[in-house]
Design a protein around this ligand. Sequence first.
Ligand code: A5P
Length: 221
Amino acid sequence: MNEKELVAHHAAQYVSDGMVLGLGTGSTANYLIRALARRAHHGLRVSVVASSLESALLAKELGLNLQSIEQVERLDLYIDGADEVSPEKALLKGRGYDLVKEKLLARSSERFLVLIDASKQVAHLGERFAIPVEVMPIAWYLVRRQLLSLGATAALRRNVANDAPAITSAGNLVLEVRFVEGHAALWNEQLNAISGVVEHGIFLNERHTVLLAHEGAVQAL
Ligand code: A5P
């Protein structure tokens, strides 16, 4: 069992009967979905909503009770991975294509559980990856100009074939942004103030719990 699998298996124990659970996206989330399906096969009653088609298909294939986001009245818990976690527990997410739903579910849930291994820990956000800024297609150039005026760099994310800009599941473009100075709280404020920005990958520590798998053990940060 690798550390992503270990932390996902541990997190699946946090789920209790009758919960409505949001499923994240990525390899750690996939391990969680599999662990959850095993518990459901032993009697756990849970409804799930997915932050991506990939997670929805896996949940359905494994027999989980998949609901659409528009149907659920409440979300008890959202469980997902992250790309970076700072010492202040700020998160960087969004290297996939479903940031809009990830953040919607994370923010709409009573609790948000973040699952990481030690490779995700950074001294400050943006250390390893650019900040994903999801923008309306028509707005990308104007948003980029505002970001440059803030002293940031911003490049359109390319698709895997590198022959066109990447398009997210929500039909938007993504600017990969790097700020020269400042910190996550300031960047969060600046990005939230730019018209045409649909979502960005900075999750300040609102109230999420981070579970870290390290050297065979899992601890809550
Ligand atoms: C999806 O957009 C991302 O935020 C993922 O949650 C993040 O990239 C972590 O992915 P892994 O669990 O595959 O490391």
